[in-house]
Design a protein around this ligand. Sequence first.
Ligand code: KIV
Ligand code: NA
Length: 264
Amino acid sequence: MSKITSSTLLKFKQEGKKFTALTAYDASFAGAFDSEGIDVLLVGDSLGMVLQGHDDTLPVTVEDIAYHTRCVRRGIKRSLLIADMPFMSYATPEQAMTNATALMQAGANMVKLEGGHWLLETVTKLTERGIPVCAHLGLTPQSVHVFGGFKVQGRDADNAQRIIDEAKAIEAAGAQLLVLECIPAALAKSITEALTIPVIGIGAGADTDGQILVMHDVLGISSGYIPRFSKNYLAQTGEIRSAIRAYIEEVDTGVFPAAEHTFS
Ligand code: KIV
Ligand code: NA
């Protein structure tokens, strides 16, 4: 079983093969997700919410992500491992290089950053120096207080056009992967078609190249509520490994995400 790399994901896109991603924060779950066939694991700064119990992702530190990246790395044999760069850890290109270095040395294969036009120089510098970048557009949770809540983005024409422009620019700057979060399905479809690099969606409809979910949502143990775009696979399978296989199967066959998980 060969390791998943950015080239593998690009090949999946070119072949029209849907791929799956999940968040993971420790070696045991990472090992199970990896062996069941999840292609991409993300040490998300969602850990601020699902592990630490905060209301948003802003309190998460580089050391938090580095610690969980080291844990997840020990559980992985095949999956590509992405680590989130936390709030304000990449405000300047220099900060980004220092902090991304720490995450790569903790075992990440790629780092993920939230933002568009203001990040272009940072994306180029990281990539030129050997650090692959996954961009993240749409509902970027680190900006929740600017958005005034966790709200679907790209619903009006100006905002939609801005996301399209930023997606193209960030690909041109060197990003090798893009996450689109909580945007209308039609917008995500047109961005996915316009880009060469693979696009992973969450709350972005069925037409992105891959899907990503937060593991706590898939297993139905998020405190409070499950977001509308997510799905509790443990409820329908009763067993963790079967739940993961059901998620992979439903993405592969286009059953998930269904209309009820999608924004228009
Ligand atoms: O932090 C996270 O888990 C994420 C995914 C939801 C994409 O960024
Ligand atoms: Na994140």
